[in-house]
Ligand binder design. Sequence first.
Ligand code: GDP
Ligand code: MG
Length: 441
Amino acid sequence: SLSDRLADTFKNLRTKGKLSPADVDGTVREIRRALLDADVALPVVKDFTAKVRERALSDEVNKALNPAQQVVQIVNEELVAILGGQQRRLQFAKRPPTVIMLAGLQGAGKTTLAGKLGKWLVKDGHTPLLVAADLQRPNAVTQLQIVGEQAGVPVFAPEPGNGVGNPVKVAKDALKFAETKQYDTVVIDTAGRLGVDAELMKQAADIRKATDPDEVLFVIDAMIGQDAVATAKAFQDGVDFTGVVLSKLDGDARGGAALSVASVTGRPIIFASTGENLDDFEPFHPDRMASRILDLGDILTLIEQAQEAFDEEEARKVAEKFATDSFTLDDFLKQMQQLRNMGSIKKMMGMLPGAGQMKQQLDNFDEREIVRTEAIIQSMTKAERTNPKLLNGSRRLRIAKGSGSTVTEVNQLVTRFEQAAKMMKTVAKGGVPNVPGMGPI
Ligand code: GDP
Ligand code: MG
């Protein structure tokens, strides 16, 4: 899958001090292949990889503590951008009823979506009406009536002998009905064919003209693969739509269609359908979809938390100190103070199975201890802080007295400092932490 491919790619991008253009090109090649395998359209892939490449070769990445992490972030950010950036909410009319028209191929999930939307709108305090304007298939009206009943939402259907075979008239009648009965939202289900079809496209366009919808939602099956782009373009040209609904996201599809449709049509994805039940439905969140595509949700959260807490330039300097044995007690204190800012550090360590040792240390590490550590280190001379080897018995006694602690506490602090320096030296050289499936991050 796309996610597996990307995970493998990032695994190969081990911790490196600096990424060479060759590293970047290799990675971008893998991302490109992964996207193509996931049925993302070629122009979209080209555009995407060009952006990632440019940013991956920039200073932004090479100044970072861990370029691999930066590249993950960039890929994530660019995915979110293609998927529309911000979540786009359903637009309601200033004066009700709000008209929402559904369009898409047969089997895409329109009728099911009408029920899902209806139920969701009721929950949100609206009074929706579903309209059966698919008069193409014999049982289409009945199907919507069943769905409406399940959702607890009324359905407007043509009366026998009045409007049968004329979906435009049914839609117009439904709007009048909604106005008199004060339904505040009208969801119009329409007909679709297995393939794009000129006559049905014109029918949908006519319904649109007659009802002037606030939203035209193009429903597309996420499993459709490479056909997604052609289908979406045909509907954009034929009917035009204001938003996209991705259906059947519960299947194997990782989101290639989502990337292509959003990018090629420039229309936002508004909802995601994730099953046959009426509750399997949610507003679409570009950032969550990007994480799903990357399948690195926890790891990205982890990276974000770490980035917020540490000033990157500072962290890079400290890493250099670890690696070259020039880490001092002053640095140690600064690190502790920074760790305090990380808040959910323990939770974070919980996500890194390889970091059990660190987690244990963090469990032992509370606020009072930071205060005591500060007092002890501040009682040391500049020379002692820079070179802890100077700390003989009499100096330790002096520091204990000066900081209101015991010699044992001073000894413990020095030992912990030495352990931390040793452990962090390993980390700086790319040892722990080890994330399964990703190697050292
Ligand atoms: P329409 O022809 O566009 O109206 O599509 P339907 O609403 O009739 O749906 C076609 C089939 O897909 C039905 O069997 C639905 O139960 C199923 N379906 C619709 N949405 C989803 C979804 O999100 N996930 C899954 N697994 N099936 C869905
Ligand atoms: Mg239908």
